[in-house]
Design a protein around this ligand. Structure first.
Ligand SMILES: Nc1ncnc2c1ncn2[C@@H]1O[C@H](COP(=O)(O)OP(=O)(O)OP(=O)(O)O)[C@@H](O)[C@H]1O
Ligand SMILES: [Mg+2]
Length: 295
């Protein structure tokens, strides 16, 4: 997987553009992904996420701009580059009547890959125990893991996952996230798309928000939340209530002069029982940035 000779930037795009008729699906997209990074592409329906993966995996060609993946130009070094990437799309098919292992054996046969790799990829996605069961009996989460296993057979350096958590219950989604995490720890570079802000927040070292085909932000979830989220403080106050003490919470804005004065006053009165800074969620930041981009 992660070889020392690999480039530091495993994905680079420069002003990538793709239109379908009148629809500009991807416009002037420029970003890069470092080796071993989990990079999340977030955006509303129709934002251009799947189109970006299709461009970066060589399934469609850009109208203009360029992209390099694992050191290869995606339009020129097609054969070499296809050997370096794995792709998992939602609508991909598995043979439902065949077992997980036979599905993988079939792919090995199709692409001339050694079958000894099958046990390794089944282990990577935690599917060894279920390998002999027909795929038709699999839940959505198990199928997703098998699709990932299939995409790993040829030891790609970069893995593209289109909506890996879509349609999964929280436990299955968590298992898929663990698999992605493990692959990244082994040096694989992963670009995934998602609607699930929580998933992106937990999993991705960096996320990019895409709206109408354009990037509106590209940073670590932490930086995005600190930069764009409102700085709030949750103050737990003690209210005298007859004999007993009643507690209640008030939210103050850290940057507001009046709120600062109010806090100083409560502190001097000794009424403050607890203080918590409240970080904005990635979802709030997304709504803010996407809203600005859409207006
Ligand atoms: N083959 C195509 N022909 C025509 N228009 C297309 C084609 N593929 C994508 N589009 C259009 O390009 C835009 C971006 O689509 P894309 O599938 O990349 O969005 P997305 O962000 O993946 O959305 P979703 O969250 O719904 O999966 C949409 O307006 C879509 O209708
Ligand atoms: Mg899509």
């Amino acid at each position: 997987m992660g070889q020392l000779s690999e480039p530091e930037l495993m994905i680079e795009t420069h002003q990538l553009r793709r239109t379908f008729g009148q629809c500009q699906a991807v416009a002037d997209l420029s970003f890069s992904v470092r080796r071993g990074e989990i990079f999340g592409l977030l955006g509303p329906n129709g934002a251009g996420k799947t189109t970006t993966i299709r461009l970066l995996s060589g399934q469609i060609i850009p109208d203009s701009g360029w992209a390099r993946v694992a050191g290869c130009d995606v339009t020129r070094d097609r054969l070499r580059f296809k050997q370096r990437i794995g792709v998992v799309f939602e609508e991909q098919n598995l043979y439902e009547r065949l077992s997980a292992r036979t599905n993988l054996r079939f792919s090995c046969w199709l692409y001339g890959l050694p079958e000894k790799r099958i046990d390794e990829v089944l282990t990577l996605v935690d599917l060894r125990d279920r390998a002999s069961e027909p795929v038709g009996k699999f839940s959505q989460g198990l199928k997703q893991r098998l699709l990932i296993a299939r995409a790993l057979l040829h030891r790609p350096a970069v893995l593209f996952l289109d909506e890996p958590g879509r349609g999964l219950d929280p436990i299955s989604a968590h298992t898929v996230r663990q698999v992605v995490q493990r692959l990244s720890e082994e040096g694989m570079t992963i670009l995934l798309t998602t609607h699930l802000m929580e998933e992106a927040d937990q999993l991705c070292q960096r996320v990019a928000f895409i709206v109408n085909g354009r990037l509106v932000a590209n940073d670590s979830p932490r930086h995005l939340k600190l930069r764009h989220g409102k700085r709030l403080l949750q103050v737990t106050l003690e209210e005298p209530d007859g004999q007993s003490q009643r507690l209640h919470d008030v939210i103050l804005k850290l940057d507001d002069a009046q709120d600062q004065q109010q806090l100083a006053c409560w502190l001097s009165e000794g009424r403050v029982r607890a203080l918590h800074t409240k970080e904005a969620s990635l979802e709030e930041v997304f709504f803010q940035l996407a809203g600005v981009a859409l207006s």
